[in-house]
Design a protein. Structure first.
Length: 186
């Protein structure tokens, strides 16, 4: 049923659905419903705070409280959360899930001109995925340092350090709704 609904919404052949778990289908359907409802208000771009609140809502559904949304021209393109436990996939961080869902949806490997909103700073793995995907901008709630201070296990390497060593220049902004993002861990 979910697969059929997904195929209907995405207008794709069901044969393309092998890579999706039911959880990921729910994420895609949720995101599609949101973007469809927003298209009704065409021209009314969402504010950065509203976009981060979508990532926050995703984080509340995550196996760990991390959420992400990818945006273009102030419009939500996809939203996702951490599914490491349910997928038994240590790489299923919110940012990686969002990138995978969107590149699959758009049938592309390039997300240039897209902005990633994430409740917490991308770890080195996710920052690297942003570089390979060509994400143009990253807007962050809480930083890796903030999480370490709370006792959340993190790799102490900022996404700016990863980006600085790369071949891309990605604009990074930190601290949007930081306290709300951190409150998910308390
Ligand atoms: Zn990560």
């Amino acid at each position: 049923m979910l697969a059929e609904l997904y195929a209907f919404i995405m207008g794709r052949n069901k044969a393309n659905l092998g890579d999706y778990t039911d959880d990921r289908l729910v994420i895609v359907i949720y995101s599609e419903k949101r973007s469809r409802s927003q298209r009704v208000n065409r021209g009314q771009n969402m504010s950065p705070e509203e976009l981060m609140r979508i990532a926050l809502a995703e984080a509340k559904q995550g196996d760990a409280p991390f959420g992400a949304a990818i945006v273009k021209d102030g419009q939500i393109a996809i939203a996702a959360h951490n599914t490491v436990k349910r997928d038994r996939d240590p790489s299923a961080h919110a940012e990686i899930n969002a990138i995978r869902l969107l590149t699959n949806k758009l049938n592309t490997t390039s997300l240039s001109d897209y902005t990633l909103y994430t409740t917490c700073e991308p770890c080195p793995m996710c920052a690297t995925a942003c570089i390979w995907a060509g994400i143009s901008e990253i807007i962050i709630g809480a930083s890796i340092k903030d999480l370490i201070q709370l006792g959340v296990p993190q790799i102490d390497l900022s996404c700016e350090e990863i980006i600085a060593k790369s071949f891309r220049n990605i604009k990074v902004t930190k601290g949007l709704l930081k306290s709300e993002c951190l409150s998910l861990f308390k």
